[in-house]
Write a protein that binds this ligand. Structure first.
Ligand SMILES: Cc1cc2nc3c(=O)[nH]c(=O)nc-3n(C[C@H](O)[C@H](O)[C@H](O)COP(=O)(O)OP(=O)(O)OC[C@H]3O[C@@H](n4cnc5c(N)ncnc54)[C@H](O)[C@@H]3O)c2cc1C
Length: 626
């Protein structure tokens, strides 16, 4: 499938060079042991509140670091997902938006203030606070990260390094969890074949079902459709040995915790069973074996009309909002088209079709080439080796490798083992990427620097490693939705001890009768080739016609690109209103993003349906200093 030329809209920024900033270093001397975190944070919050509510611009600006300050807002004040940088811009937008939102009741969250240390040269005072807005009437939450600044006279001044604010709920329309367990009210039907609903969600994987539950808890009518036959098939149809490579606490589903799992790293079946439990428990309405044949938006009625193919029957559906939740990287499997494919006599498949190594062995396979070097390639490689197959991994270029133990560390995503998921998400999802990315990278780099020998044997065996001092997890996730390898131990050992072969620094150029030929002219033979080469791309516009059918083109040309960060470090096209397509939502990501952004999307939809969500603030303010 050819890649279409589509506008780079909004323009993609380079996360590492344009968005990430070097972490600040402490300039003021503070007796951290003697610091009364609660009293100090409370004073700052009170001062911030007085300045904001009193519209005292100078006092408000004075709360922030001059250049290295950030404010990220998720719906609370801008009714959008925005990040602002620098004292003057932050003051300008806060003041302007506060005229509309009328913020009041800012109060520190009791017990939330604490000192956090990333290193000896970077410690900060951290606290949460709550506030209200009048228009719309809403309850919001915020978080401050405060750095001490040198003061000529007396103790250090505390300045805002980052401010994060987010909408917790509309006061008139609070989330009601009891609605989750009541049956969804019947869909409006006119005749046999026409349905109408407030929200149609395409895709009933974790993202789609969580969004449905959030909407249900807000009393919003919805329908989920999915091409699969059963809830959970988004996991069950994948390869048998799939397991997650993060802590279980990071993966919790809202409203319904996982049953106590024994070890970290949820298995495919645990993932499938949990999402089935979730859908059953909350009676989520899903129409299975259903795809979209055609889609159109009517500007006048501000509603969508879709033609569905349900099994073999056709139905039409009208809805006010359309949510696309069809998968994280969105596109179909990627397998390079190489000459000679017809001449290869072995088994040739993408990892999306791979089930297990036993099936290969039963078909007489004795040797296998695993193309790729990220998570799936390692899963497949290990299983093939365990099944007694002679296994070789082919690595095109260096792979970013992060040990799972780093992901379990409390300075990183392991924070979820110590705080409820909602607080973990506030810390990892609600803040500016410009700060959150480098902080997580710093924690990982520190751990990697403490064990420089960790991958020496792996490198000696020929596998090219980019370690955590050299690259960054968030950049991999935002720019590529993956491509990294989380080391859980066994795969690295198999390569380092040469139980599994490695061919590195080459790409396949063509098939031979018995294997592959590579860019260096060499060949490798194998009875099977498994392409663990990922998916076709991360911009959902490229595959939109496969999801929306006829009519997709009109939307494709107007909608935002997906994934990659924009000039503010906001992920493009996901979880928020698009600039040029109304009532249209793209929902993708990993498990923490499902949990956090399902609520973000549901609140926006509820707000629009009730007519209380203000226009998204889209200005790009500049100040005289810029
Ligand atoms: C091997 C692997 C390992 C992973 N490891 C981790 C990890 O360690 N930690 C982590 O947080 N995340 C991990 N992830 C990523 C992530 O959590 C999942 O990919 C995520 O759950 C995606 O959920 P989703 O609902 O967005 O998409 P999916 O699970 O892909 O669900 C999409 C649904 O949409 C349906 N659909 C698609 N197209 C159409 C269409 N045209 N019409 C109708 N229905 C359609 C599909 O049938 C499917 O049910 C991993 C993913 C994989 C594949």
């Amino acid at each position: 499938m050819a890649i279409m030329e589509l506008p780079d809209f909004p323009p993609k920024a380079d996360l590492l060079t344009e968005i990430y900033q070097p972490l600040p270093k402490l300039t003021a001397t503070v007796d951290w042991d003697a610091l009364d975190a609660s009293t100090t944070a409370e004073q700052v919050v009170r001062g911030f509140s007085t300045a904001l509510e009193g519209a005292d611009k100078n006092a408000l600006a004075d709360h922030f670091l001059a250049d290295q300050s950030y404010w990220r807002d998720t719906l609370a004040i801008t009714s959008h997902l925005r990040t602002f940088k620098g004292r003057d811009v932050i003051e300008l937008v806060l003041t302007e938006q506060n005229r509309q939102r009328r913020i009041h009741g800012i109060a520190i969250t009791p017990g939330s203030a604490q000192i956090v240390a990333a290193s000896e040269s970077l410690k900060w005072l951290d606290c949460f606070f709550t506030f209200k807005t009048t228009a719309p009437q809403a309850t919001c939450t915020g978080r401050l990260m405060l750095l001490p600044q040198v003061s000529e006279h007396g103790p250090a001044h505390w300045k805002v390094w980052t401010l994060s604010t987010w909408l917790s709920g509309f006061d008139m329309y609070p989330e009601d969890e009891s609605l989750l367990r009541t049956p969804s009210k019947p869909l409006q039907q006119s005749g046999e074949d026409h349905l109408s609903t407030d929200v149609l969600i395409i895709g009933g994987g974790n993202a789609g079902l969580l969004a449905a539950a959030r909407l249900k808890a807000l009393g919003v009518d919805y329908l989920v459709i999915d091409q699969n036959a059963n809830v959970g098939d988004n996991w069950s149809l994948r390869y048998d040995c799939l397991r997650f490579h993060v802590g279980n606490s990071f993966c919790e589903t809202p409203y319904l915790p996982y049953p106590q799992a024994t070890t970290n790293g949820l298995t495919r079946d645990e993932l499938a069973n949990q999402i089935k439990r979730f859908a059953d428990e909350f009676r989520i309405r899903v129409l299975h074996r259903t795809t979209v044949k055609a889609t159109a938006y009517d500007n006048e009625s501000r509603s969508w009309a879709l033609q569905l193919l349900c099994d073999k029957a056709e139905k039409t559906v009208s809805c006010k909002h359309l949510v696309l939740a069809t998968g994280v990287g969105f596109q179909g499997p990627y397998m390079p088209e190489l000459p000679g494919v017809g001449q290869y006599k072995g088994i040739n498949m993408h990892s999306a079709s791979y089930k297990n190594a036993r099936l290969l062995a039963e078909r007489g396979v004795k040797s296998v080439l695993v193309i790729g070097s990220a998570n799936t390639a390692f899963d497949v490689m290990e299983e093939c080796y365990d099944a007694g197959l002679r296994t070789t991994m082919v690595q095109r270029s260096p792979t970013y490798v992060i040990p799972m133990s780093y992901l379990l560390h409390p300075e990183g995503l392991g924070i979820y083992d110590y705080v409820p998921a909602e607080i973990g998400d506030a810390i990892t999802q609600a803040g500016p990427l410009a700060v959150g990315g480098p902080l997580l990278g710093h924690a990982h780099a520190k751990l990697a620097a403490a064990e420089p020998e960790r991958y020496v044997d792996l490198a000696k065996a020929g596998f090219q490693v980019t370690n955590c001092t050299q690259s960054d997890l968030v950049a991999h996730l935002v720019d590529r939705c993956g491509g990294h390898f989380v080391d859980i131990g066994t795969g690295v050992e198999l390569l380092a001890t040469k139980k599994v072969g490695i061919k590195s620094g080459v790409s396949p150029t063509s098939y031979t009768d018995s294997g592959l030929k590579f860019t260096d002219g060499s060949t490798l033979d194998a009875d099977a080739i498994i392409w663990c080469t990922g998916f076709r791309g991360i911009d959902i516009r490229q595959g939109l016609s496969g999801i929306l059918g006829d009519g997709a083109e009109a939307i494709q040309n107007k909608m935002d690109a997906t994934w990659g960060a924009d000039a503010e470090g906001e992920v493009r096209g996901l979880w928020k209103r698009h600039a040029n397509v109304d009532n249209f939502w793209i929902f993708g990501g990993g498990t923490a993003q499902h949990r956090w952004y399902s609520k973000v999307i549901a609140l926006q939809i509820k707000g629009i349906l009730e007519g209380i969500l203000p226009e998204a603030y889209r200005d790009v303010p500049t100040t005289s200093s810029q």
